[in-house]
Structures are given as C-alpha cells and as structure tokens.
Design a protein around this ligand. Structure first.
Ligand code: SF4
Length: 228
C-alpha cells in the first residue's frame, strides 16, 4: 500500500514538473541539463560571429564567389561600441582575407589612432565580403545580397556608433542617396544606431585634401562616443 502511494506521488510530481515546463513555453523534451542550467543561454557574440563567418566563407549567393581568393568577413571587437564599414575588399584584402590591410588600411589605422583608439578596440568590415574583379564598383544586386551578412554582424555586435567609410557604405547603411558632402552633414542612422560618414581612406590616398574633413568627422565621432 505504501509503495503504491509513493508511486502515485511520483506520477503526480512528474506531471506537475512537465506542466511547469510547458507553462514556461517549452515545447520539446530535452534529455540532460538545459542550456541555461549549464550556464549557457545565447552564445557569446564572438561565438555568434564565428558561426556566421563559417557560413559566409562558403557563400555562393552572388557571382563574386567565383573570382575571390578569400572571403573578407571582418575583424576586431565591439567592446568600445564602434564599427567601421567600408565598401569591399581590394587586392591585398582578397589575398590575406582581412579587411583594410593595404595602404588604405594603414591610413585607417592612423585614423583610428587619431581618436585615441587602436584597431583592436573596434570592429572593421565591409558591405561586400568578396572582391569585385579589378576593384570595380559593386553592383546593386551584389550589395543587396551581401549586405544581409552585414545586417547580421551588426545585430550581433550591437554598436553604439558606425563609421561609414565612403559613399557605398553610407548609402547601404542609411538607405539614402546623397552626395558624400550630404552624407557627412546629415544626421544618419541605421536602425536607430548613429552613423557617421566620412571619406574612404583610399580616396584620401588619391586626394590628400580629403584628410582634413576626415579628421573633422573623426572629432565628431569621438565626441559622440564620449557623450553617449
Ligand atoms: S560577395 Fe557576399 S553574397 Fe557574394 S558570394 Fe561573397 S559573401 Fe556571398
């Protein structure tokens, strides 16, 4: 009799346990400890970025995959809340698989250092992850297809501010069609995140007079980061 009572109580406790799990919105039975019980929950941003990078490395969404040497996904961290977004990889980036590693990359490093940060403090990526042949401008459908990865990156990174390097990045992020002067003076936003547009470092290498406005844009960006 006692055994039967204990068995009935066990059944009742088990039913209550599963009703509680159901009321918490769980719909499947996991064998073993739950992710959150193991101290898990959502993967850390670095882990999420690594998983996304894995997907992008095998991407064949557009024709640019045929001519690429390496996918250029992005590098760095968002611990300072700042993400730099350029247009597309060039020759050096395509070979090394890293964004902004050529002469334009060296200038970007100096631009970042001018606001008392280092490359390790920020995240750097491009709208397009594979090099357009001959460094041609990306086609609108390539921007449309590849910018979906940028959207995912920004969702993971959750930056406080984005620096758009050049017209393509400014347009892709703001959705506006303006002149470069217009992008620099307009208050731009990407999904509520403040976007600061400035000239691409490669443009500064071609025209040294652009370095002054880039410096002014970086001062605005630095002041925003300090005050936000
Ligand atoms: S450019 Fe972007 S969309 Fe096109 S193949 Fe490369 S990763 Fe995929």
């Amino acid at each position: 009799m006692k055994d039967l009572e204990e068995f009935a109580r066990l059944i009742s406790d088990t039913r209550n346990y599963f009703q509680t799990r159901l009321s918490l919105g769980e719909t499947s039975l996991l064998l073993g400890p739950r992710e959150e019980d193991r101290g898990g929950g959502s993967p850390a941003p670095d882990e999420q970025l690594a998983r996304l990078e894995e997907r992008v490395r095998s991407c064949t969404r557009c024709a640019l995959h045929r001519s690429r040497t390496k996918v250029v996904f992005g590098t760095g961290t968002a611990r300072t809340g700042l993400v730099f977004v350029g247009e597309a990889p060039g020759r050096d980036e395509d070979i090394q698989g890293e964004p902004f590693v050529g002469r334009a990359g060296q200038l970007l490093t100096r631009i970042i250092e001018a606001i008392q940060l280092s490359r390790d403090d920020v995240y750097i990526t491009n709208v397009i992850k594979c090099r357009p042949e001959g460094n041609r401008d990306p086609h609108p459908h390539e921007i449309e297809l590849c910018s979906r990865y940028l959207i995912e990156q920004l969702e993971i990174l959750k930056p406080r501010a984005i620096c758009a390097l050049g017209r393509f990045a400014a347009q892709a992020l703001s959705g506006l069609k303006l002149s470069m002067a217009g992008y620099r003076t307009e208050d731009l936003f990407y999904r509520g995140i403040r976007v600061f547009a400035t000239y691409h470092p490669a443009a500064c290498l071609r025209n040294a007079s652009l370095k002054r406005p880039v410096w002014e844009d970086m001062q605005k960006l630095r002041d925003f980061l300090k005050s936000s």
